[in-house]
Design a protein. Sequence first.
Length: 447
Amino acid sequence: MSERRLFGTDGVRGLANGELLTPELAVALSVSAARVLGERNGSRRPVAVIGRDPRASGEMLEAAVVAGLSSAGADAVRVGVVPTPAVAFLVGELGADFGVMISASHNPMPDNGIKLFAAGGHKLPDAVEGEVEAELGATGARPTGAAIGRVRDLPDAAARYRDHLLAATPATLGGLRVVVDCAHGAASTVAPQSYRSAGADVVAVHAEPDGLNINDGVGSTHLGLLREAVRAHGADLGIAHDGDADRCLAVDADGAEIDGDQIMAVLAVAMREAGELAQDTLVATVMSNLGLHLAMQEAGIAVRTTAVGDRYVLEELREGGFSLGGEQSGHVVLPRYSTTGDGLLTALRLMARMAATGRSLAELAAIVTPLPQVLQNVEVADKAAVAGSEAVREAVGKAEAELGGSGRVLLRPSGTEQMVRVMVEAPTAEQAQATAVRLAEVVAAAG
């Protein structure tokens, strides 16, 4: 098996039609995926589900993916513009062998990406991604005649996904007014429809994709306009999705941001009360705020931590049999209902908690008091030298002793760059900043 070069933490991503992410690569990658993932079903013709977000290059890449799949003898089911979690759901719903989502999530419009899902809608393990890469460009018999794959559309794909979401929503949202920022992305139609169907009064903003405006100053990475809209419409909350809607952040009625840690805390308490929180445990990454850990400790809920990346959260959820996990960035996974992060499902469950309790989002989120957090990115010549540095170990130990149980320090090497990320949480922003700057200087000297 070759080393994974193309696949990052979330599929293959880059400038569409640039040096890497070309139609030629999309064809070759699809042929390879059909061979590697299709062979797992035995002798039956492989079936793949293909979805995309609305960025313009998605049309080009979808055509290339479909061509590659059919040329490899796989049937292609096009589901159109839908959120990433919809593709994952439909792979399982249709009993398909794998799925392909064409999206660059929160990246700017010129970028795009190709993400693969295995049977059941699960993300591919690293080893299988390696197999797909190793098969790229391999020669082999090409099907002809009736053996060539067929292509069909699934017109009710979004409706099937919406019905699935509504079935997973435990309470009607009647009485709630929500502003949803769709980032001019994949959620632009299905999110407002789903929230209205669940009973909410919905104001949709940035829900007019033209192929060029996705994530352009809007969505979960730009909350300013959503804050203004929530206040202008007197809404109870705002929901912000990213381009492919696999995550969400929220703002309360006053426009204060509610991040993924706070959302997870609200859902964890609700699920524990309902007897749905397996082993009374929440799975989060090492980047989740210490405030989340303290809140869960107070609520009698254990927290299991993983490396950064929703793939590691997913692995822990599956291996441990847990029922809730996610990231501070708003990727939240509920394995009973979804095999990947699902921003729409997260939003529906959050609003259902508000409706069921009659409490505002600010009240519910107050369970977590986030500690001030400072992140310093330190460019170094040698990440390994930093990891082995005695001076760095001593500096970290001194900082941890100063903070005691009221803060924490995390040094994390970048997975793609010669960079070390220094994260400090402390009781005050001033202490966090001073500690982070001091550690960053030691790291820079060591690397």
